[in-house]
Ligand binder design. Sequence first.
Ligand code: NAI
Ligand code: MG
Length: 492
Amino acid sequence: MIKKYKHYIDGSWVDPDNGEWFDSENPYTGEVWSQVAKGNSRDVDKAVSSAKKTFENRWGNSRPTDRGKLLFKLAEILDREADRLGKVEVTDNGKLIAEMGNQTRYIGEWYRYFGGLADKIEGTVIPVDKPNMFNFTRYEPYGVVGMITPWNSPLLLVAYKLAPALAAGNTAVIKPSEFTSASTLELAELISEAGFPDGTVNVVTGFGPDVGTPLVDHPDVSKVAFTGSDATGQKIYEKGASKLIPVTLELGGKSPNIVFADANQEAAVMGAISGIFAATGQTCIAGSRLLVQRSIHDEFVSRLLEVAKTAKIGDPMSLDTHVGPVTTPPQFQKVMDYLDIAKNEGAKCILGGGAYTGEGAKGKQFVEPTIFTGVTNNMRIAQEEVFGPVLSIIPFDDEEEAISIGNDINFGLAAGVWTSDIGCAIRMSEKLRAGTVWVNTYRVISYMTPFGGYKRSGLGRENGQQAIMAYLQQKAIWIATEPSVGNPFIMK
Ligand code: NAI
Ligand code: MG
């Protein structure tokens, strides 16, 4: 049974304007499991016009406390539906159920947190220097927010945007990745069930140029939030600039995971493994450059290899699987190309290095967990985001060199530091040019903690209290307490 997903516009399922559909594959089996509406700019128009109408007539004027209550309701529904949504994610993107299940069970917290924040945003009364004036500020939503998301963690990454945007009183039009549209459409239906007015959240599915571009270009879209590649992020930023609208970008990374000789080796090995092989390497925060202090390099690498070799490859829907398929055919090809690039650059492959067709593999999108040693930081394998289970190991001598290699990169999303020296931990965390630094841990995130990138890893921060400010603008109001405007032609 192939499921057919229409657009979700104005609280209803809507057929695509052009009557066209496209297939979505299950990356594990390689089989088509659903068909999705292939949107165009007219579908975008419909969705934006519904979002605009709902913003102007209902949502934008709603009481913050009432918005909070609806977000709490949605959080409860998401908790209830978490396991089902986790399976939808895995069917569409092939990531492990162990990871996606944890994610979908956690996502309700975003809506709870920002729901709680909705009625705590306060303006100020300014003791202004002008006589007979009452002067105050208030925060107002932008209106319609366009949201564009990738395929690696669709529901989590849309929660980063939608929870604060809705709490602030904006409405939304979401374009999920063409590879993973299903879960966001399921979410839209649950948003209706929670009681949000029709048109508060609309989903238009399709490809970047057909749907993403007209969404960003649309004159009634007043803010854009995007997660994906730096190349696409840059295009969106340029389009946003031509409209003079704010854009939030969460882009790629090539994060250094730095192991000092005095670190707890056991923990650092696990941190390195989880940094790169979790989610089959398909995370923006992947610790894809492992920097190991030279004095422990060989021993550390052999311990790492022992653990990496035990990775069980196979069905992402099974809780026993450690590494699943790569999500998309182009992504699979991209990873395979980088394996060649690394080998041609002279990196030494000590594990994997090719497609995986052994036991547990179905479909055609499995890559062997791969480790390269002898990598130098100027190689493409060290500088470019692979987005697959491919680790590059680079030796370093001391703290200064670790900082210099760590920061010698266009990205700056995250970094890891493994050491038992608190002074070193603090110095490293201050000097690494990245939006997140983990010490003796890796990958932890929370709805409470700001997340975002330095350099080409992005613009703005998601999560944490300040994140709601990206969806609000300040207004200053002046009220004369006495007649104040004299005859402008008589200057005193
Ligand atoms: P992408 O950045 O092209 O796609 C992300 C989203 O943007 C999708 O919904 C796509 O349809 C949309 N899009 C594409 N072109 C657009 C345009 N011109 N205007 C508006 N929207 C547009 O990423 P893609 O092709 O899926 O993956 C390519 C690479 O991006 C990966 O190999 C990886 O390196 C990186 N990536 C990073 C992610 C992250 O979490 N930072 C997530 C996914 C991919
Ligand atoms: Mg799919």
